[in-house]
Ligand binder design. Structure first.
Ligand SMILES: C[S@@+](CC[C@H](N)C(=O)[O-])C[C@H]1O[C@@H](n2cnc3c(N)ncnc32)[C@H](O)[C@@H]1O
Length: 270
């Protein structure tokens, strides 16, 4: 089985995505998604950005490698009675089922960054977006002091080193890498722009309960705990993550958690 697919089908990302809804909606509102636009959401999960884009009237296709998340996205769309959105399985490194120039806007928020072969990803996102359209990516930033970069950093200290040739998803958070990858897809550097932005994780429980959600449902954290358990270090990992989540929590209430995390927003004018 493709390890990239196995990683995301392993857990249940919908449990984490539930804490990302407000920021997903805000992001979509900030990128001028309008009725009638054809929008691709790549690595869509269960539709954190795809569903609000459809609510704004765009014709949305969510593509994701994980079968369970595609099913969850279609279920959400059905429940909301949205007929202008569909989720289907696909791999960001090879979107052969999608024709050239199919979309006005191709969005990938913390999605395509997790695919291997980043040069192929940049090429595919550019290919399926029409000339004059936009590619918009949200990518976590390596070594950033905020939540997600720190979760991945802490977790990596408990997991065996990746196989040779593995390109870290976090390299998508470095501007020079992004430029190199889209240049490889034929996009001139001046058409690529960057901004720092924030996604906030809002959770109806204490920080330690949010750590439990990551431990039980977020593939990369599940793998870190499995490796840590083998070495008798699971309690250390739990403590490091609880300290992290608690120190980053900005909620004023004792029974809720609110953690902002910084990401790199990439806009490519195709
Ligand atoms: C961190 S989740 C983000 C999901 C969604 N964009 C959101 O913000 O809720 C990463 C998503 O990327 C998907 N993904 C990972 N590798 C992929 C690939 N090669 N092609 C398509 N989707 C992929 C995963 O299945 C998962 O849904």
């Amino acid at each position: 089985m493709n390890p990239n697919k196995a990683l995301w089908e392993k857990g249940d990302f919908t449990r984490i995505a539930a804490s990302m809804r407000e920021s997903g909606e805000a992001l979509v509102k900030s990128i001028d998604i309008r009725k009638g636009l054809k929008v691709l959401d790549l690595g869509s999960g269960d539709g954190t950005t795809a569903v609000p884009a459809a609510r704004l009237g765009a014709d949305v296709l969510g593509v994701d490698i994980a079968r369970n998340l595609v099913a969850a996205g279609n279920e959400r769309a059905k429940k909301e009675g949205l007929t202008n959105i569909k989720f289907q399985e696909g791999d960001a490194t090879n979107l052969e089922e999608l024709a050239d120039d199919s979309f006005d806007v191709s969005v990938s928020i913390f999605g395509a960054m997790f695919a291997p072969k980043p040069f192929d990803v940049a090429k595919e996102m550019t290919r399926v977006t029409r000339p004059g359209g936009r590619v918009i990516m949200g990518n976590w930033i390596p070594n950033d002091p905020t939540l997600v970069a720190q979760i991945l950093k802490i977790s990596s200290a408990y997991t065996p080193p990746p196989p040779e040739g593995f390109v870290s998803p976090m390299t998508w958070g470095i501007e020079s890498n992004v430029i190199e990858r889209f240049s490889g897809a034929g996009v001139p550097t001046e058409k690529i722009s960057f901004a720092r932005d924030t996604f906030t994780f809002n959770f109806p429980g204490q920080p330690s309960a949010l750590v439990d959600e990551f431990r039980k449902y977020y593939g990369p954290t599940m793998n870190a705990f499995e490796a840590a358990e083998k070495n008798g270090r699971a309690d250390d990992l739990q403590k490091e993550l609880e300290d992290l989540f608690t120190s980053q929590n900005k909620s004023q209430r004792k029974d809720t958690t609110s953690i902002p995390a910084t990401f790199l927003r990439v806009t490519v004018a195709v």
